[in-house]
Design a protein around this ligand. Sequence first.
Ligand code: KQY
Length: 373
Amino acid sequence: MTHTLAGTPAADGFRMPAEFEPHAGSWMLWPERPDNWREAARPAQLAFLQVAAAIAQFEPVTVGVSTAHYTAARALLPERVRVVEMAHDDSWMRDVGPTCVVNGRGAVRGVDWRFNAWGGLAGGLYFPWDQDDLVARKVLDIERLERYRAPLVNEGGAIHVDGQGTALVTEECLLNANRNPHLERSEVERQLRDYLGVSHIIWLGKGVFNDETDGHIDNLACFVRPGEVCLTWTDRRRDPQHAISLDAWERLHEARDARGRRLKVRRLPMPGPLTLHAREATGLVAREGTRARAAGERLAASYVNFYIANGGIVMPLLDARTDRAAAQRLKRLFPARRVVGVPGREILLGGGNIHCITQQVPSGTRTRSPSAT
Ligand code: KQY
């Protein structure tokens, strides 16, 4: 069994590496719940399959699948993708998986945040979420990585880091009363410093309009490299996203990172606006306790929700009118990586995108400390 550590990553000399640092591999979960994924999740499964296959071109991929879906998923997924049986409530590995941290000697450990389905009983997206809350621990066990159980309710999609001491977060999510109502901003910051090994936190305001995660940063902005941030953008002034992105742009321009640098901010024009079609809404099975979706509602579509793999970028294709320009922009931002587009609409219909369904494990030279039991 994975050893659970008493201290904090920062106190032990660990930091969360940036996503653009080398990975040992990537984890995903298999979608199945019919109240979140239309048509018994079949279209979503085909989309997740394409994401797994795309990432597997660059690094090892493991997919956690429930007992009921194991045989079908194993048959569908490419052989080089490892499939392990794992219970879960839904399929957002970014949020329920571990946030891995590394030290200067090549050791890797994992942070297991408390998970409450993006808001618990006051605005969360489903109940129960107890199996989701066990996923990080199971992944760390399989990876033989030691674990820190953090006291903070948090999700991997709510944090980005530059790997050099800076974290990027939103107030809408991390200061939301439905996550850690007893904590002031300064206490949230202290816990981010302790568990991510960062020294400086840049606060943006709101996340992408109508994002049901309460404004995860990973749909709004991310680090491209230290000192450079990519921000979802629209020039349409009457779009509610315009004011949100403008506020983020201004805050990023005012900000300094942990090393005192000003940030270069790169705008990544968003698709759409995209909305939920009636035929998509009717494919969902309503369930008490799960957030309902209505035809016509705005989807929180953003090209920023891409995954950075070893040597690659796996981006969602969301709108034939804008996909090519977004891919070209990402190629310019990541000249040393191959940009691969995967159809992302089915994932978007579930409330997130490629970054939200993936979680990287960084490379290390050894995985367990010799003292671990
Ligand atoms: O965006 C994410 N990180 C998760 C989205 C959760 C949506 C649940 N329906």
